[in-house]
Write a new protein. Structure first.
Length: 85
C-alpha cells in the first residue's frame, strides 16, 4: 500500500465522521407538560338548601414548560423533537 492511498483512506474515514454529526441551529420541538386534572364531580347537600347545585372543581391546567439556554451547547442535534411530561 502506498503512502498516498493510506492517507486518502484516512481522509475519507475522517470526512464521513465529520458529516455524521452535523450542525443544527434551528429545531421545532413539541412539548407537553401534562393535561391537567379532570376535576371532581360533587354535589353540595345542605340541610337548609336541598336543591343545591354541583360543587366540584374544574381541574387543573397542565404543567409549566421552561426552556433554558446554555452557552455550552454548540448544536441542537442532541435535542429530541418531542417531550411529554
Amino acid at each position: 500500500m502506498s503512502l498516498i492511498s493510506h492517507v486518502r483512506k484516512r481522509i475519507n474515514k475522517s470526512s464521513t465522521n465529520i458529516h455524521s454529526s452535523e450542525f443544527i441551529d434551528y429545531k421545532r420541538v413539541h412539548v407537553k407538560g401534562g393535561k391537567g386534572g379532570d376535576g371532581m364531580i360533587c354535589f353540595l347537600q345542605l340541610w337548609s338548601n336541598p336543591q343545591a347545585g354541583p360543587s366540584g372543581g374544574d381541574g387543573g391546567n397542565g404543567g409549566h414548560v421552561i426552556f433554558e439556554a446554555s452557552k455550552n451547547t454548540k448544536s441542537l442535534n442532541q435535542i429530541k423533537s418531542k417531550y411529554t411530561g
